[in-house]
Write a protein that binds this ligand. Sequence first.
Ligand SMILES: [Zn+2]
Length: 306
Amino acid sequence: MKVCLIYDDIFLQHHMPPFHPESVDRLKAILEAIKNSKNIEGSIEWLKPRKATKQEVTLVHDEYYYDFIMNSKVGYLDSDTYLSEGTKEAALYAVGAVLTAIESITEERKRFFCLVRPPGHHAERDEAMGFCIFNNVAVGAEFAKSKGYKRSYIVDFDVHHGNGTQHIFQADPDVFYFSTHQSPLYPGTGRSSERGIGAGEGTTLNIPLRPGAGDAELIEIYSNDFVNSFNEFNPEILFVSAGYDLRDKDPLASLNVTKDGIRKIVNILLTTAKKIPVIFSLEGGYNLSALAESVVITIEEMIAND
Ligand SMILES: [Zn+2]
């Protein structure tokens, strides 16, 4: 069995203005680290993503928002999200990478990592936010339903709260959203009192963390809150909004998770979801060496727990 990495150079065609933290250098650093890793060579399979269609993107986004993006000219969409010449294609392929993962699931292939830009978890149904255009994982969870995966569980360990993903699924009892994130921090949502609404009450679980929280706190939360809610919900597929800005030394946040913490968290996710497909999709992570190291550790754990 091989771990599948989904990537295309098209993700390097999405450019942010100079000195923006969400740069092409992030993916370049990850690719270089994968190339130099002896531990994962031979145990991975590279897949090319396909492009998502309008019909697929609008499973979770408003049609007028899709049209707005497709008709947008180069420039800022919000105070920190930029649309460059290659952004529209990259964004459609970033969604498509998650769809490609779902379509590629077989008995032999159940572990996927989508190495994509732009990220997705801040994107709302009708709004680009926080470096995100379309919500890659959210479209994936909705698309998965049409492929027979009735209940999806989304883990979001990015240091920022995934406001877009939460809002899209807050009233949906079939998609569980679990987030650990620093508080206070952008975007300001994700209080522990936000637990879903209507039929979706109880299928949102937010665990805000104080600045400075590190491996011990995170491992405790993943060992208990994640494992218990996962087992109770009993999902058929697991999506991971894999943002590595929870690492120590990240320039945009102040948690202190080390590489050992990342290894343990990923191990908990994979052993808990042993029987079902698991799809990681890259979100944040802005210290290039910590980001690249953490992605390699994640892939090593995926290989070890295949
Ligand atoms: Zn983030």
